[in-house]
Design a protein around this ligand. Structure first.
Ligand code: ASP
Length: 311
């Protein structure tokens, strides 16, 4: 079988290294980690890892998950502070603990135990963006947290410019030369989120799901919607039931669009089926995703299928 990598557009920088892993006989799980780590290290990506935008109180909290479609083994970390290697830590959870999801202080403790390097995740630039927007909704009064969160989320839903900074995530799906599929997701989540909030990214079935026998899917955008619909699992379940990739994605999008959500926002899905077909959808027009196949010399950027919320 030929190797394949499919990612959200911000995953582009990690794909060449990940393809080298696959061409060298590495596993899909190895490739997912290789693809995501450079994105987590990139200070210019304010949605993932180092340089990610912080929560309401100015702390960067990372969520990540990884799933091995060969065995359905999976690991995830949530609300991780002080370490940028969230996807690597998710892999440690998958491979070394009898658990699936470790959050908060436990995730930090595990990062220390496995020897990851601590890092101040909040960059000056991310702090500046955080501060500016927080001030614009009424200052840092801790007693008004919830009002501010609601106001911020509501305003982000209406204001594409604000929303553009506020969210983002990296999705990577890899298929290795043995035909096994793995999927990884890493994010700093919604900026200005309530402390401890976890989105869809660390929740298996919501933001990430992989089963080599059917395919894989991963999400970006308003995680609360993907959490409520188990979106990634919906796509893979539809593939398992024999739907073509495009119909599987449309089924998941229909579930999302049926939600009554006052903070409705953009939701995007990337997916691969068991034959290596790939496709991505978005509620927003003009969005893209990227892929790199064994036979390609360079990463290819393709437009996502636009499925408007009212369809
Ligand atoms: N899905 C992520 C979350 O809800 C954020 C995003 O992709 O925009 O945390």
């Amino acid at each position: 079988m030929t190797a394949l990598l499919v990612a959200s557009t911000n995953g582009r920088i990690g794909l060449p290294d990940a393809m080298a892993v696959l061409r060298g006989g590495g596993s899909a799980v190895d490739a997912v980690v290789a693809a995501i780590r450079p994105v987590e290290a990139n200070p210019n990506d304010h949605s993932v890892g180092y340089g990610g935008l912080p929560n309401l109180v100015g702390e960067v909290e990372l969520d990540a998950s990884i799933m091995d479609g060969r065995t359905l083994a999976t690991g995830a970390v949530g609300a991780l502070r002080g370490y940028q290697d969230a996807i690597l830590l998710a892999r440690h959870v998958m491979e070394e603990l009898p658990h699936v999801l470790i959050a908060g202080e436990g995730a930090r403790r595990l990062a220390k135990e496995v020897g990851l390097t601590p890092v101040e995740l909040l960059t000056d630039e991310a702090r500046r963006i955080w501060r500016q927007r927080l001030d614009s909704v009424g200052g840092p009064d801790r007693a008004a947290y919830l009002d501010k969160v609601r106001d911020m989320v509501g305003r982000m839903s209406d204001d594409p410019e604000l929303a553009a900074d506020a969210h983002g995530t990296v999705n990577v799906i890899a298929r290795d030369r043995s035909g096994n599929v793995a999927c990884g997701v890493s994010t700093s989540g919604w900026a200005w989120k309530y402390p401890g909030r976890m989105g869809d990214s660390p929740i298996i079935g919501a933001g990430n799901y992989a089963d080599t026998r059917a395919g894989a899917a991963a999400c970006t955008g308003r995680g609360e919607m993907a959490q409520r619909c188990c979106t990634a699992h919906t796509v893979v379940t539809a593939l398992r039931a024999g739907l073509p990739l495009d119909a599987a994605l449309r089924a998941a999008a229909a579930d999302l669009h049926a939600l009554d959500d006052p903070y409705r926002g953009e939701v995007n899905i990337v997916a691969v089926d068991r034959d290596g077909n790939h496709l991505a959808v978005s509620t927003v027009p003009g969005k893209t995703y990227v892929f790199l196949r064994d036979e390609d010399d360079a990463v290819v950027e393709a437009e996502r299928l636009h499925i408007p919320a009212e369809s």
